[in-house]
Ligand binder design. Structure first.
Ligand code: PA5
Length: 444
């Protein structure tokens, strides 16, 4: 089971905080369990790992099987919460090089998560030569980036398979009743999957949003859900035995003690997009009303050679949360070289994991001594079950953290500002007045 450890925290937080904070954590816990806090209507994810739609789950598995059988590629169209979870899990469990590997499951490409014509054209070219399907994911059904991308990929499917054939290769994951995508899907007869009303985008990886693409990549989604359910059970019991309590408490105390940045670090490059998922989860949940830790991430040991200097000696504004994964699936041992020209024979016969673990320990001591507190999350091996635990752990701790900060952890009012400006500048009907104002500011 996943564990959270605090490394020598007393030098950073000399006063014991656990007892004083416990009543507030208990209140936050009750708000999550009973959907009674701010944004309570979006806490469907709390009980989801045991209380999900079994019929839809079976349809997800069946659709994944069909896509695996009839497609060499799946194009996943979505942004933010409708993108990062699936990408994080597939990269972590199947490798960031998944599409380059020899395998009997389809390649998975992610588009609609930006507005780069080059990125889009590249994927259009990559999938053109073989059979492909599309999973378009948008809870609102109106988000500009995925909606634009879907136009291109729907046209490519229709050009290749005709309207009817294309319709059998489009899978829409969206609201159960509302939105442009839902209406379009119903009109066209595409298979649809539901983003539940009570689950917000960034908490939706364990719904059809994440599960369909993840299953297409060959990951055992039952195991993923089983891991999440184990963590859900652990989090249902209030108290510091729950790892989410320990994590939420320490990051809150460090924030109160003046830390403004939390740096998520992992020693496995396959974790990079899980960090991106985590950044959205915490950034969107806590960053409001002038409050919140700024979530950032680093890939170690690579970033020790770029960001390491700042972490060791720069402005003391951060703490690190280190996700430890392991043991590795492959055990590689350093070969002996008789000439020893590189002086590396002292490592001959040692495993890569052994070397990595010593780097991890050395960094932990150096950074802590340099004034950067370290929290360690022991997440176990890269398995669907362990990752399911980790996902739920971060979600639950995030909900607790939001309530400790006294913000609504489930809304994202700030995201609308850029959208309104973009719509106005693009000339969307209804935004005429704002367009004139903005163009004057831009001296257009
Ligand atoms: O967490 C969120 O709510 C956002 O990141 C959304 O997931 C993102 O904006 C995409 O929205 P939608 O799924 O409605 O297209």
């Amino acid at each position: 089971m996943l564990d959270v450890k605090l490394f020598e925290m007393r030098s950073f937080l000399p006063m014991p905080y656990e007892e004083a904070l416990a009543p507030r954590l208990k209140l936050a816990h009750e708000k999550l369990q009973n959907a009674s806090g701010a944004g309570g209507e979006f806490t469907g994810w709390v009980h989801l790992p045991r209380d999900y739609d079994q019929e839809e789950f079976a349809r997800i598995q069946a659709a994944a099987g069909r896509i695996q059988a009839d497609s060499q590629a799946l194009v996943v169209i979505g942004i933010g919460g409708s993108y990062l979870g699936a990408r994080g899990v597939i990269d972590c469990l199947c490798s960031p090089n998944y599409n380059l590997k020899k395998k009997d499951t389809p390649n998975v490409y992610f588009v609609g998560n930006g507005l780069s014509a080059d990125a889009m054209q590249e994927v259009l070219d990559l999938v053109a030569g073989g059979d492909f399907s599309v999973n378009v994911i948008s809870k609102s059904g109106t988000t500009t980036e995925p909606a634009v991308a879907f136009r291109f990929f729907r046209a490519a499917l229709e050009a290749k398979y005709g309207k009817e054939g294309a319709g059998k290769r489009i899978y829409a994951t969206t609201d159960k009743a509302r939105g442009a995508l839902k209406s379009l899907a119903d009109n066209q007869g595409w298979e649809t999957f539901v983003v539940p009303d009570d689950v917000g985008g960034r908490y939706s990886v364990l719904t059809a949003v994440g599960l369909l693409p993840i299953a297409v990549a060959g990951v055992d989604i039952r195991e993923l859900m089983a891991g999440a359910a184990e963590m859900m059970d652990a989090c249902a019991v209030p108290g510091y035995d729950c790892p989410a309590w320990r994590y939420a408490a320490i990051r809150y105390e460090l924030y109160r003690a003046g830390r403004s940045v939390e740096l998520l670090a992992c020693y496995d490059p396959a974790f990079r997009f899980m960090s991106e998922w985590w950044k959205q989860l915490y950034g969107e949940s806590e960053g409001k009303e002038g409050k919140g830790l700024f979530p950032a991430s680093v890939d170690f040991t690579a970033d020790l050679h770029s960001m390491g200097q700042y972490i060791q000696e720069g402005k003391r504004l951060m703490f690190e949360t280190v996700v430890r994964l392991g043991p590795s699936g492959n055990q590689l041992y350093v070969p002996r070289d008789e000439a020893d020209g590189d002086g590396l024979n002292f490592l001959a016969g040692e495993s890569m994991d052994f070397i990595r673990d010593r780097a991890m320990e050395g960094t932990l001591l150096a950074h802590t001594e340099g004034g950067v507190p370290n929290v360690i999350v022991d997440a176990g091996a890269k398995t669907p079950r362990a990752l399911g635990q980790l996902i739920y752990f971060f979600e639950y701790a995030c909900g607790l953290s939001g309530y400790l900060l006294d913000v609504n952890p489930f809304d994202q009012p700030g995201v609308e500002a850029y959208k309104k400006n973009m719509f106005a500048l693009l000339g969307k009907p209804g935004y005429e007045e704002r367009k004139a104002e903005l163009e004057a500011k831009l001296n257009k």
